[in-house]
Write a protein that binds this ligand. Structure first.
Ligand SMILES: [Zn+2]
Length: 261
């Protein structure tokens, strides 16, 4: 599968990036979309009929439950608006109209002061894009801040269908190959990154790998990730995840190798 993670983006925007009306723009511009449905915390607005997408919408409704079950996520404080487009040109024109300063991406999560918004069109990786960006949206509706590596690692983890998360994500083979070559996924280096433009294919793989290790590796790692997220939700600075993880698992490198071998 040709996955182009670099083309996806989570934007937490400052007001300066908006050209004109703030969030009210997209939300008011077209009060009646051809199809509008609620799916869990998502309010979906589409310029095409959503009957065919009902399984995807059901997955999105489940996504919040999964985040609650797996990560301890609280119910989101607000709805997320999901804007779906049939065709790329319509999507492009829409983003250009309301967010002219946002660099073009195949799918977007945008949040400023109001509710989060996800935008996607029915391209090749439509379902992956929607799950990926919707994960960002739920994380940002829950946590007061989200470190970039963790934001992307979790979005990568949850972007595939439920039954593929543990053992069939494309990053799994890439991570195993990395370990076989004698390297480890980087964590401390990832924690230093704060610009989405710094995230390339290897960075997405490594971010995913640490999330996978935390969720499917030793219970101590799962516990530390859950505590780390709870701190982020409470707004207390948890410090780097690597610090608490290495403190809890002093033989961390060996455990990671074992996990992916
Ligand atoms: Zn992302």
């Amino acid at each position: 599968m040709d996955r182009r993670p670099i083309l996806r983006i989570a934007l937490v925007l400052s007001a300066a990036l908006f050209a004109g009306p703030m969030l009210a723009g997209p939300l008011r511009a077209q009060p009646r979309w051809p199809d509008e449905r609620q799916a869990g915390p998502f309010l979906c607005h589409a310029d095409f009929g959503l009957d065919e997408q009902q399984p995807l919408l059901a997955e999105l409704a489940d996504l919040q439950q999964d985040l609650t079950k797996v990560l301890g996520a609280a119910q989101p404080r607000e709805s997320v608006h999901l804007f779906l487009f049939q065709a790329k040109p319509t999507y492009q024109a829409y983003i250009q109209q309301y967010f002219p300063k946002v660099p073009y991406r195949r799918a977007l999560f945008i949040k400023a002061r109001g509710p989060g918004m996800v935008f996607a069109y029915r391209g090749d990786d439509f379902q992956i894009d929607v799950r990926h960006e919707s994960t960002h949206a739920l994380l940002h509706a829950w946590l007061k801040s989200v470190p970039l590596w963790l934001d992307e690692g979790l979005a990568e983890y949850f972007e595939v269908p439920h039954d593929q998360r543990a053992g069939r994500h494309p990053h799994l083979a890439a991570t195993r190959a990395l370990i076989r070559s004698g390297e480890l996924p980087r964590l401390e280096a990832l924690e230093e990154l704060d610009a989405i433009s710094d995230m390339g294919r290897d960075e997405y793989r490594d971010a995913w790998a640490w999330v996978h290790f935390a969720l499917h590796g030793p219970p101590e790692a799962t516990d530390e990730l859950t505590r780390h997220l709870a701190d982020l939700a409470a707004g207390t600075d948890p410090g780097p995840f690597s610090t608490r993880l290495r403190r809890r698992l002093p033989d961390l490198n060996r455990r990671v190798v074992e996990h992916f071998r």
